[in-house]
Design a protein around this ligand. Structure first.
Ligand code: PLP
Length: 440
């Protein structure tokens, strides 16, 4: 399988190159040249690590199957407490896909526990010997998941920058207590944007680049536009379906809807890939918080990043420029020139509008909705009081939207992206509830 840039078809790379490089030089994202078709029934019979190796292997064809099997086993076994891709029943035909049983209690562990292994192997495949320095600006989840994933990985160092007071106390403690010889964590005076702007400046500074080159160091990022972060997320859509099959809740071929709390559009896009690979996915419902730029886009076809930014209780979804949407635009238009034009318009004017045919094609697979802060709070209470199920704020955004999109007779799987103890209401200096994962 080869990959090319969403903005230029002629930039073709191998999977190893896509993972080592992250972003294409002209700013496009790498996408696979085709959607591999799989034997869904056979895949549904596998356990989670085997399933991960089989699905990831469809895309990373220049990695050996032995390597992928070993890596998947090491990643999704004990570290996830035997609960990788665990599907919890919540109410009639509604399920919660609990993606937070990994070491740092949020779904980013699925990608960031595997990605370091993929990067080391990519460098091996490409005969590259430089040191990789990973810089991350984070509002919480990405930083702690990346630190945990990359600590003590040979040939890699990682530095994470977080805004002072901008994360939950548990997230801060998870970051500043990270062990490892190759990790560094910095608190930045300012907000997330200040942290991110600083990191971007380092990436764009020629003097720093020259100094790093002298020392044989290459900068890299751990953010979700890297193909290596997207591909592990396809797996749990299959795992959810497999569990519904096994429990007799669907017959093979029956459709299942998924509702996904969305920020950068990576998690939900993985569901689109699962669907294109043959999984019987019904509708993919994109759930947003008050930063509802995606709801507007999926409804009208106009994407406008120029709007008020709200700080909400689901901070990992407080995003105005949803990077992975570019991949979907490519897949539905099939035109690099068109995507390049839309992205140019976004960077120059802060908005773009797709053609009506493009919007219609997107709406065939995607529904959408958003939840206000009040609705999120009410939803947490309702799920707890009515179903005895405690969910976190991000998951609650999705539960609320899922309630409006539930179709009679079609199971609805809500992706639960964080443990309810991950971002509890801030108590300065207090002793909040503890993360239930085994390693804390
Ligand atoms: C990152 C994150 C999201 C958003 O995922 P995207 O792939 O960026 O859409 C949702 N919930 C939690 C808890 C997250 O950490």
């Amino acid at each position: 399988m080869q990959f090319f840039s969403t903005r230029d078809h002629n930039r073709v790379v191998s999977a190893s190159q896509a993972i080592a490089q992250g972003l294409s030089d002209e700013g496009g994202l790498f996408v696979p040249q085709s959607f591999p078709q799989v034997d869904v029934k056979a895949i549904c019979a596998l356990d989670y690590p085997e399933m991960a190796a089989a699905i990831v292997g469809q895309y990373l064809t220049d990695y050996s199957q032995e390597f992928l099997q070993e890596a998947a086993k090491a990643t999704y076994g004990a570290a996830f407490g035997g609960k990788a891709g665990y599907l919890a029943p919540v109410s009639d035909e509604v399920y919660s896909l609990e993606l937070w049983h990994g070491p740092t209690c949020a779904f980013k562990d699925y990608a960031l526990q595997l990605m370091p292994k993929l990067l080391v192997e990519a460098k091996k495949n490409l005969d590259r010997t430089e040191k990789t320095l990973i810089l991350v600006a984070t509002s919480g989840d990405t930083g702690k998941a990346a630190l945990d994933g990359y600590h003590d990985i040979p040939g890699v160092e990682i530095a994470v920058f977080f805004p002072t007071g901008g994360t939950s106390e548990i997230q801060r403690l998870q970051m500043v207590t990270q062990e490892g010889e190759n990790v560094a964590v910095y608190a930045v005076r300012g907000n997330f944007d200040d942290a991110q702007t600083g990191v971007k400046k380092v990436f764009g500074d020629p003097a720093i680049a020259a100094e790093l080159a002298k020392r044989n160091i290459r900068l890299s990022s751990a953010n979700s536009i890297n193909w290596g972060r997207l591909v592990p997320q396809i797996v749990y859509y299959f795992a959810a379906y497999a569990q519904l099959l096994k429990a007799g809740k669907v017959r093979f071929g029956d459709k299942v809807d998924f509702c996904v709390p969305t920020g950068n559009f990576g998690d939900i896009l993985a569901g689109y890939y699962a669907k294109q690979m043959g999984l019987p996915v019904g509708r993919l419902i994109c759930a947003s918080n008050e930063n509802n730029v995606l709801t507007d886009f999926l409804t009208t076809g106009t994407y406008t990043a120029k709007r008020e930014f709200f700080k909400t209780t689901s901070p990992s979804m407080d995003i105005l420029v949803s990077s992975n949407l570019e991949r979907l635009l490519y897949h539905v238009t099939g035109s690099d020139a068109e995507v390049a034009g839309l992205m140019k318009s976004l960077s120059e004017t802060g908005s773009y509008t797709v053609r009506p045919e493009t919007l219609a094609a997107i709406q065939e697979s995607f529904g959408c909705g958003w939840s206000s802060e009040k609705e999120v709070a009410g939803e947490i209470r309702a799920r707890y009081e009515q179903d005895g199920y405690l969910c976190d704020t991000h998951t609650a955004v999705a539960f609320h939207v899922a309630g409006r999109h539930k179709r009679e007779g079609v199971p609805m799987v809500v992706l639960s992206t964080a443990s309810p103890y991950n971002v509890p209401p801030q108590r300065a200096g207090g002793s909040g509830p503890h993360c239930p994962a085994e390693r804390l």
